[in-house]
Design a protein. Structure first.
Length: 245
């Protein structure tokens, strides 16, 4: 059976060994991308998460300090469900995140520390499939794009090399989820189920939004649509793949 000519190509990830995922908030990875992470860790890849904020402004019923603690614990549980043990949460401001030099520096530092082949982040587009994109998501995506180039340039953030002894590193590719996709990742079966379980780990946060059932249905439907035309693939995650090095 041949592939539907309209179907997007599958992203070649069988040899992937190290990935850094950079997003704005706890739970951002769990809106589809964590299912791809579950696939990668099952294949033996090492995946690290870098969250730029603690999501402290995301729970209307909780004081920001309490919300940050709740969301960090829920994110740790979500990570465990998809095989991620390396989680770093920065203290940049939730709700007013900017693609600032400080954000770029901190992301570039982590890229040089981990030396990933691939960096994955969220789209910086204003309009997305589900509506208007969050300001923090846009800032996180742009900061990550710029930081990939910063990490490979010895003359940008020179203190990373000269004081911290972190050699420049060129990540091979940038993957962006939520954007118009160029490729798809097969998340059928267990990866999808583990990804959905990781979303449901954000129990208290999702309760603020009305619960996880509707979100779960939406994610399953979107993943099924992305898999159309791919024989043997029931669910997929669409990503835009950008060659960086």
């Amino acid at each position: 059976m041949s592939k539907d000519p309209a179907a997007l190509p599958e992203y070649p990830d069988a040899e992937l060994r190290r990935v850094l995922c950079v997003v704005a908030h706890p739970d951002d990875m769990e809106y589809g991308a964590s299912a791809a992470v579950a696939r990668w860790t099952a294949q033996g890849a090492e995946v690290s998460y870098l969250l730029l904020t603690a999501g402290e402004a995301g729970m209307r019923s909780q004081d920001p300090e309490e919300a940050a603690a709740i969301r960090a614990e829920e994110q740790r549980r979500a990570c465990e469900l998809v095989g991620v043990t390396d989680l770093v949460i920065l203290d940049l401001p939730d709700g007013t995140l900017q693609a600032s030099l400080d954000a770029r520096r901190q992301i570039a530092r982590r890229i040089r520390e981990l030396r990933p082949e691939v960096v994955l982040t969220q789209t910086w587009a204003l309009e997305v499939g589900w509506g208007l994109n969050h300001a923090d998501h846009r800032a996180a995506g742009l900061a990550t794009l710029d930081a990939i180039r910063d990490a490979d340039n010895p003359w940008v953030f020179r203190e990373l090399l000269e004081q911290e002894r972190l050699e420049p590193w060129a990540a091979r590719e940038l993957l962006v989820f939520g954007a118009g996709p160029t490729h798809v990742i097969d998340i059928s079966g267990e990866p999808l189920q583990r990804g959905l379980a990781s979303l449901e780990a954000h129990e208290q946060y999702l309760a603020e939004l009305g619960g996880a059932a509707e979100t779960r249905e939406m994610l399953e439907s979107m993943a099924a649509q992305q898999a159309q035309g791919l024989p043997g693939v029931d669910h997929a995650l669409g990503v835009a793949v950008h060659r960086m090095a």
